[in-house]
Design a protein around this ligand. Sequence first.
Ligand code: FPP
Length: 244
Amino acid sequence: MSLNEYIFKSLDSNIPKHVALIMDGNGRWATLRGLDRSKGHQEGVKRISDVVRTADKIGVKAITIFAFSTENWSRPQKEIDEIFALVRKYLKEERFNEDNVKITFMGDHSILDEDTRKTIQEVREKTSGNTGTILNIALNYGSKEETLNAIKTISKDYKNGKIDIEELDYNRVENHLMSKGLPDIDLMVRTGGEKRLSNFLLWQLAYSELHFTPVYWPDYNELEFINSIKEYQKRERRFGGLKL
Ligand code: FPP
């Protein structure tokens, strides 16, 4: 039995359905090695595929990754261009259909360049029939913007007499979030040592388990992902209730 097989077997049957990932530490990983920050992002992209394949092997249904936040526009233009070039390359070259991976997106893409928008549309269509793990990519995503848009839509529906305030419940709010249709997020992992949410899925993470690891994203390999799942399996989820 290989080490990896042994480790897979050490997991119990309580596999999270949906794992969200903040892929932090690319820049520091590169700087530590005397490399340009872009090398950290390049190496980081490879880990996305590693994580998705492992997720599929162990039965995780969906992975949401924070590829670019609404706050990341404040980075130098050169780095922004490099990140978007990597996103396009990844979406164009990765063989999602061979792995039965379905690609979905969150975020406001209206301000993205045409090539990126076209690439997004193509990969969305090309993988829409796949039934394996969902890779949901948050690109120009911010949770506060998402919430604000949901409030605006609901307010318009109210103004037009489409809904009654008394009818408004969690489900109806969730139907206006970009995560609509995805399973609840059981586990959120942030690599790179920072312990904050950075405007990521603030509503959706209300009852998720959070795992903060000091490992930089480019070092977050298959075994590190399994470690996060094992950490999740140690947690006792009570959703505000008492232990039964
Ligand atoms: C955080 O590390 C990383 C990002 C803001 C970008 C993540 C993007 C990718 C891995 C590539 C693109 C994604 C896809 C879908 C192909 P950081 O730069 O903030 O690291 P630091 O905190 O060490 O500076």
